[in-house]
Design a protein around this ligand. Structure first.
Ligand code: SF4
Length: 222
């Protein structure tokens, strides 16, 4: 079985260090993590541009911004009423209870995660993205690409928490590694391990259960 750290090294050698998350500030990362739910990143970027032009990407400004105005600004990201409300809930919560992100993030990962998960519209993936990329604490983010790739390579089907535990038990807890490894999963998911996978050019194909079973059934048919 391919060790996970070697799995990471193979992807990193292929795609290079990906330097995620593409954002200028922690507030922008949080905005992106909330707006990206059920949306393409291209549309999220349009909404972020609107927020930047309006100069409202800060905890205090977003907490004080009129909801209707916020809806208009985030409209390109889709489900804009729901997302504007979620963004307001998040920023209001931080502003009213902690004033600043520094104060909010100044707790251990478990406490922070527990608190994030209580906020409306913040699920495990969003919470973990905020913890890893904005608070810069080591927790592994699981998304649909990660699940699909692990399932195909190792033949392991796990839910969010099981898969997160599995990955975290196999590699050292390191924020930079976790950030880049998650980005590598996303890159492979977009480049090769799509719904219909492009296995021939995939750097993991010699280790992949899905690929080898596909090939052996091809050989069997011959
Ligand atoms: S070999 Fe194919 S199925 Fe396996 S990880 Fe690569 S693209 Fe996905």
């Amino acid at each position: 079985m391919l060790e996970l750290i070697d799995f990471y090294k193979i992807l990193n050698a292929r795609f290079g260090f990906l330097n995620w998350w593409p954002a200028g500030s922690r507030e922008e990362i949080i905005v992106g993590a909330i707006l990206t739910q059920q949306a393409s990143w291209k549309n999220v970027e349009k909404a972020i541009q609107n927020l930047k032009k309006a100069n409202v990407i800060s905890v205090e400004k977003l907490a004080k911004l009129n909801l209707k105005k916020l809806e208009k600004l985030v409209r390109p990201s889709g489900f804009y009423r729901q997302k504007a409300k979620r963004l307001k809930t998040f920023m209001n919560y931080v502003y009213e209870n902690y004033q600043t992100l520094d104060n909010f993030f100044n707790k251990n990962t478990e406490e922070l995660r527990e608190e994030l998960l209580k906020l409306n519209g913040v699920g495990k993936e969003t919470a973990d993205s905020i913890i890893l990329y904005a608070a810069e604490k080591p927790i592994f983010v699981i998304d649909a690409y990660t699940r699909r790739i692990i399932e195909r390579v190792y033949g392991l089907k796990m839910d969010y928490s099981e898969l997160q535990g599995f990955i975290q038990s196999k590699i050292e807890k390191n924020t930079i590694l976790y950030k880049d490894f998650h980005a590598q999963f996303v890159e492979l998911g977009k480049e090769n391990c799509k719904t219909k996978p492009l296995c021939e050019g995939c750097p993991l194909n010699v280790f992949c259960s899905f690929y080898s079973s596909k090939n052996s059934s091809k050989n069997y048919k011959r």
